[in-house]
Design a protein around this ligand. Sequence first.
Ligand code: GAP
Length: 493
Amino acid sequence: MTVTMDTLVSLCKRRGFVFQSSEIYGGTGSCYDYGPLGVELKNNLKRLWWRDFVQNRPDMVGIDASILMHPMVWKASGHLENFTDPMVDCRECKLRFRADDVDTLAWTHYCEATKGNKFTIPAGEPCSHCGARRTLCPDCGKGELTPPRRFNLMFKTFMGPVEEEASVAYLRPETAQAMFVNFENVLQSMRLKLPFGIAQAGRSFRNEITPGNFIFRTREFEQMEIEYFVNPRDTVEGRPADEYWHDRWIADCMAWFRRYGLREENLRLREHDQSELSHYSKRTVDIDYRFPIGWSELMGIANRTDFDLKQHAKFSGKSLTYFDEERKEHIVPYVVEPASGVDRALLAFLADAYTEEEVRGEKRVVLRFHPELAPVKVAVLPLLKKRDEIVKAAHAIRATLAGEWRVVYDDTAAIGRLYRRQDEVGTPYCVTVDVQTVGDSDKGEVGDGKVTIRDRDSMGQARVPIEALTGVFRDLLSGGDWAKVASEFPAAK
Ligand code: GAP
């Protein structure tokens, strides 16, 4: 099913995934806060990316650089000159628009033919009364628009106590540049051989003029970027190394998104044509996702050639080369850059996981998250909260499992309701403690020491001894098969 953005926004707020930033003051434009479940989901996403692309690979290392970098970095990288959007301003209401957006906006018109009545007319269409086309501000309909002016998207600030031109600094608009300016430090300290990559996950800031669509495009966001350095003189499987590795990274990134749940039919590759290529790029391919707003960029994988290292060498006066032992010469490596956004990936995983189904005449909303992404792995639920032994056993189970995973205890509703709540936030398994588990001392009955595990996706159940729970969850949460667990530990009929 295709979920709407409104449904996701409302679920995210209601269940503690994402809130509007500073909401009690009316919100900060296009900034969002991750709530208790959102932060777990986001941390899981970043941890998996780091584990799969850094920790598990012999050819990768990571860094964590500062957000404020030397202003020369942005001169060398081209951001000061090129990281701009053409903007027009309304001379009357002072609103600012991206020049290329103006003709795609509905426009306000005061129609002479109808005694100056105000109309909102769809983008690109003339007024149906007087036939006029938009010439004035699309919003107020009264002001002339200025000629386009270039507007830099970097946030400016000042370093130190004096607010003067010499102390201007910028919040980084991408994490990538730190990998280039640290190239020599990393190369020497880690004694690396090409090809190798440097990864970084961290905050970036862009003063986007037309942000929106929830966390798809925001002014403060997180990126997960890799700069993968290759020797352009090398060949791999008969192809130039940079071209070979570019295709390898495209395939690896696609596989990663599929592995954690994005469906094939919602993913596609989009090749940038020549006119669209950034100033540094030899070839760029986007992985697009079918978001609730339509097909849009999820991440980009660019072949940045030797542009960045050469620019930083030129502006810093330092040599940023690699000694090719085989050819006995210094070369400037080429760079393949898989660049993704944490928030955008999180939105894609949320949208893909969202399902609605009918169960016994009622709507069931389920986030079918991959277990490794799910914010909460297990919810421990007492069947009767008035029975002390049950509550005590449930708390003890939560405490034991919490040593390894994010596990919650909830006794604030009847069991059916508690299951639905966990379904809606994507918890893969619930554990229910009941009378049979603990027995009934008043009647002289001893418990069986077993609990019910309920599987989110199939709603099937298994009856598992408490001491076996950790082992069972280790298996299930790392991709184990529910059917195997259900047949090994059958639930009572
Ligand atoms: N170093 C290259 C680079 O930054 P980009 O295509 O501008 O390339 C990479 O950004 C990724 O960062 C995008 O594919 C997207 O996932 C994320 N991203 C970029 N701008 C964003 C914004 N304003 N809000 C949320 N995510 C953004």
